[in-house]
Design a protein around this ligand. Sequence first.
Ligand code: DP6
Length: 330
Amino acid sequence: MAEMQATAVAHPNIAFIKYWGNRDQELRLPANGSISMTLADLSSKTTVQFDPSLAHDSFTLNDKPSTEAARQRVTTQLDFIRQMAGIELPASVVSHNNFPAAAGIASSASGFAALTLAASKAAGLDLDGKTLSRLARRASGSASRSIFGGFVELLPATTDEGSFAQPIAAADHWPLVDLIAVVEDSEKEVGSTQGHQLANTSPLQPARVQSAPQRLELTREAIGQRDFSRLAQIAELDSDMMHAVMMTSTPSLHYWLPTTIQVMRKIRQLRRQGVPVFYTLDAGPNPHCICPEDRAEIVETTIDEIQGVKRIFRSEVGGPARLVENSSPD
Ligand code: DP6
């Protein structure tokens, strides 16, 4: 029997147009399309081995046995892959992130993209990017975008088959940098999976979803033309709109901290002074500051001066999820 083991590396991504809320929670069909940039310098490396001698699936994350909830989420994803491959073997899953869990950077996108690629390969499947992306979406919406590198769009649809991500521009199309200002490094109170389920309780969600196609169009155009100021305007608006939905949900989600707002104001001030930079925030308090590579130093120095910014992670635009040797460095 061929060795049923494979290792994959995938990167997280930062969305310019956000995915928030599902039209179908069970299938994880997003309420609206989203566009992101894959982050080269952060990664998850995941090894999957199907093994008949195991009693059940095991999941080790950063050298520790995972929580039962995390193992269950991995098992659910493995079940889809086992079903496709026609196998019933349990698997051991070992995953490492090269960024600390306490950095407030979600590892579900990179983790589930790497898991989906490694598990499908270990199960003997050779899936194309579209199928991998669709499968990854079932585990985590943003993971569907991390299958691809560069600038990536996740398409909304009413069916499982129709909702997958596709690249809109390669990583070298536009040398942008993401500077992640860590203002709080403890675990977040309400994660995305729970948050998505609250989106529809906000009276602002229908307006956000209804106007998303227009923002997606403008973002596609801005990326295509490398038009930074248009991208900045639309991405900040989209991030603020998502947080407005979060803040007006029942129960409400307030992720911003005082330092978060200080960073946002500083970014806008820099832009008024002629420095091309914008902020965008995920389901947490840590602003991502996006700028062209040749402005990263001035932006980093300026943000670093704000008291309350604990550290800054820097990343360039990254490539797609890929298979690697198990022994390769992260
Ligand atoms: C705010 O993909 O983390 O980062 O599908 O439940 O895993 P699950 O949620 P997730 O949601 C991402 C939310 C976001 C915006 C985005 O990345 O588009």
